[in-house]
Design a binder for this molecule. Structure first.
Ligand SMILES: Cc1ncc(COP(=O)(O)O)c(C=O)c1O
Length: 397
């Protein structure tokens, strides 16, 4: 079927975190919401239909993930990424962030160090800090056009922690964002191999958050880190979900793929019986991975169109802003330093002058100051309205 992503659907009064919390999050009602990574598009029809059908049975008791769901996941990963996984490797979690917390607890002790690469999705920081671990930064390098991982810096971090005077290595894990939110990089096989090898060499567990892997802009190809070699797979925990791709985040269902028995056992033990997914989440995930290819193809086409529209508008009409062209995700990372505003002035400007609800760059950690993250996954008429608001506000500066 043909999906009409141009259609604006009113989401107000659906308890939408994105649309119904403006006063709480942005101190005013009239901002246009292009923030949190949640799309303003309906889920694929086969997903809606599968949920409707299951909802007709009026008992919603404790439910386990059926074999057919595992098969759907295995099929999706092989079909789309050539990654062959075994059923036993899959562990369900109530969301990727929930899974990351469990992984941090499984592979480290309070006081241990965990590496993240800012600017990056900010719950990575809280998953480390809220569990009493120490954050170590390996800053991404920005060459003015795109971001790169700093491998020399990463090796130096490990060396500084293991060289004379000898100390027990305290770096237990590295959290990778692949594709990278907010800077939009789709890491190459070479970059991921180098990263994986550094982790293998240093006995560091690689927590690879690949939630955005299906959302690729033209020309980009996602590489599953754990698919690179057996050695890298043995030290990697991969987090995936249908929640970004098919707009199902409210169903709180995702999964981890853990090929190594020992790592998997530790992860399952750390979960200690925690809830992991839900009945409608399982139904939706299975329908999405079985029947979602056509929706995804159309969605990617539309998101590419939104990106081109956004890039063109800003280049022609708001040239004081510079967009870092994303290779993946539906998020644009916009360099607003040309406006000459401090981080809090920029925040105020976007809310009060442009009347836009965006994500402040500084929330993504060091290197994010002066940037704003814009969610492009909305009908084009909304994107146009947002850009016109922004143009007018910038002209008035
Ligand atoms: C990189 C990344 N990981 C995880 C999440 C959230 O996943 P979940 O809702 O499954 O916890 C997001 C949502 O924006 C994200 O961008």
């Amino acid at each position: 079927m043909r999906y009409d992503f141009d259609k604006v659907i009113d989401r107000h009064q659906t308890n939408s975190v994105k649309w119904d919390m403006n006063l709480v999050n942005f101190d005013r009602e009239d901002v246009l919401d292009l923030w949190v990574a949640d799309m303003d598009f309906p889920a694929p029809e086969p997903v809606v239909e599968a949920i409707r059908k299951r909802a007709e049975h009026p008992i919603y008791g404790y439910t386990f993930p059926p074999d057919s769901l595992y098969e759907a996941i295995i099929g999706w990963l092989e079909r789309r990424y050539g990654w062959r996984v075994k059923k036993d490797w899959i562990v369900f979690t109530a969301g990727v962030v929930n899974g990351l917390y469990s992984a941090v607890e499984a592979y480290s002790h309070p006081g241990d160090e965990i590496i993240v690469q800012p600017p990056v999705y900010y719950p990575f920081f809280s998953a480390v800090k809220n569990t009493g671990r120490q954050l170590l930064y390996n800053h991404l390098a920005f060459d003015g056009r795109r971001y790169l991982m700093d491998f020399a810096g990463l090796k130096a971090l490990f060396e500084a922690r293991t060289s004379f005077p000898a100390r027990t290595p305290r770096v237990k894990a590295l959290i990778l964002c692949s594709p990278h939110n907010p800077v939009g990089r789709v890491w190459s096989p070479e970059e991921l191999t180098t990263l994986g090898r550094v982790c293998v060499d240093n006995g560091c567990v690689l927590l690879s958050d690949e939630i955005h892997c299906d959302l690729l802009m033209k020309g980009a190809r996602h590489t599953v880190t754990a698919g690179l070699s057996e050695e890298i797979a043995r030290t990697t925990v991969t987090f995936m979900s249908a929640s970004k791709t098919f707009n199902l985040a409210g169903l709180s269902t995702s999964f981890a793929v853990i090929p190594d028995d020992r790592l998997r056992r530790r992860y399952v033990e750390a979960r200690n019986g925690h809830n992991s997914g839900n009945l409608f989440g399982f139904v939706a995930l299975e329908a999405a991975f079985r029947h979602g290819d056509d929706y995804l193809a159309q969605l990617r086409e539309y998101l590419n169109g939104n990106l081109e529209y956004f890039l063109d508008f800003i280049a022609r009409r708001i040239p004081r802003l510079k967009v870092v062209r994303p290779e993946g995700t539906y998020l644009a990372w916009v360099d607003c330093r040309g406006l000459g505003l401090g981080p809090l002035e920029l925040q105020r400007f976007m809310r009060e002058e442009a009347r836009l609800a965006l994500d402040d760059g500084f929330a993504f950690g060091p290197g994010g100051e002066g940037f704003q993250r814009v969610n492009l996954a909305c009908p084009r008429p909304l994107l146009k309205e947002a850009l016109e608001r922004l143009e007018k506000a910038v002209k008035g500066l």
